[in-house]
Design a protein around this ligand. Structure first.
Ligand code: XMP
Length: 326
């Protein structure tokens, strides 16, 4: 619409004026905010923008591929894809504690990003998808889950370690406006309406020690759950269950239980499905998903993901449970 069109024109002019002919680097996460920031800045300055996509090996199924297709493929933006999974998983080996895992992932992220940033010797600007609620939040207390790769940690000052100027074109926008802007910039609606995904990714959805083998099993189970949520509509509202939930994912439980398959006994891992409805993520209700949907998801996971023989559904609300299991 014309209002958004005007907004884009103005935002582009502002970015060009700020940046001039200097180069900009941006950490692309696959999330809504960094994606929209990247699309907007790319529209403004084209090849003066270099996006760095750090793959920590704890992303969802096909995530890296989707990001590359969208930004490098369709938008023709400069994107550096860094597969740092070996480094991240190496640093996480043997570590069980959730906060310790968060710290390691945050630290590794900064290290990898910094290393890439140094290669772009001409970069003068660090772009971030900071949005208005992040600006507000950064003035207040940090939660137990605060992690350094969240953009709001950088609000109000330069990350000294990089010595770059900050470019934050979404600072005045609320989430809904960011989504609207994303659509207006030509990002696929599916991408701008994604559920939030935590920075540490599946690192906090694999309970205890993170192993590549666990991540692979979890990625496949999670993809089946999300696919069925997207494909199943609620008759009353006509909406999909993906739209009707605020966040949904699978969690890997590193315990084994006994099952039976054909003539044989299995002794395999468990996944828990988590789906919540919330407006602010401070409190949340577990979603009353239809039994038929749960049945289909559990049947598919157990049949298709060898190594998982049991699926449970999490019926805990927040509080006292949190949305994530770690
Ligand atoms: P909890 O588990 O605290 O989650 O109920 C509330 C929301 O925050 C997200 N979350 C995180 N996001 N880094 C992030 O970027 C984190 O370490 C982190 N921990 C939780 C969670 O996915 C939910 O949307």
């Amino acid at each position: 619409d014309w209002v958004m069109g005007d907004y884009i024109t103005e935002a582009i002019a502002r970015i060009r004026e700020q940046v001039g002919s200097e180069e900009v680097i941006l950490g692309l996460s696959g999330g809504v905010d960094s994606s929209v920031a990247a699309a907007l800045i790319h529209r403004a300055i084209g090849d003066q923008l270099t996006c760095v996509f750090v793959d920590h090996g704890l992303l969802r199924m096909n995530e890296a591929q989707l990001v590359m297709e969208m930004f490098a493929g369709r938008l023709h933006a400069k994107v550096v894809h860094v597969d740092a999974s070996a480094e991240f998983l190496g640093a996480l080996a043997g570590v069980q504690d959730p906060e310790q895992k968060r710290k390691i992932i945050g630290r590794e992220f900064v290290e990898v990003f910094q290393r890439e940033a140094k290669k772009l010797v001409n970069a003068k600007w660090l772009a971030q998808g900071t949005i208005y609620p992040d600006v507000i939040e950064s003035g207040g207390a940090k939660t137990k889950k605060a992690i350094t790769i969240k953009s709001h940690h950088n609000v109000g000052g330069l990350p000294e370690t990089l010595g770059l100027k900050l470019l934050e074109p979404l600072r005045e926008l609320f989430k809904d406006e960011v989504r609207e802007l994303g659509v207006a910039l030509g990002l696929p609606p599916d991408m701008v309406h994604r559920h939030p995904f935590p920075g540490p990714g599946m690192g906090v959805r694999i309970l205890g020690e993170v192993r590549r083998e666990y991540a692979e099993l979890l990625r496949r189970a999670d993809a089946i759950f999300i696919e069925e949520l997207r494909n199943t509509r609620d008759a009353a509202t006509g909406k999909t269950w993906y739209e009707l939930t605020s966040q949904a994912f699978a969690v890997f439980l590193p315990v084994k239980s006994v099952g039976v398959m054909g003539d044989g006994r299995t002794y395999d891992y468990v996944v828990a499905l988590r789906a919540v409805q919330t407006s602010d993520f401070m409190t949340a209700d577990w979603a009353e998903l239809p039994y038929a949907l749960l049945k289909k998801v559990s049947g598919r996971i157990i049949n298709e993901v060898r190594g998982i023989n049991r699926v449970t559904y999490d019926i805990s609300s927040k509080p006292p449970a949190t949305i994530e299991w770690e």
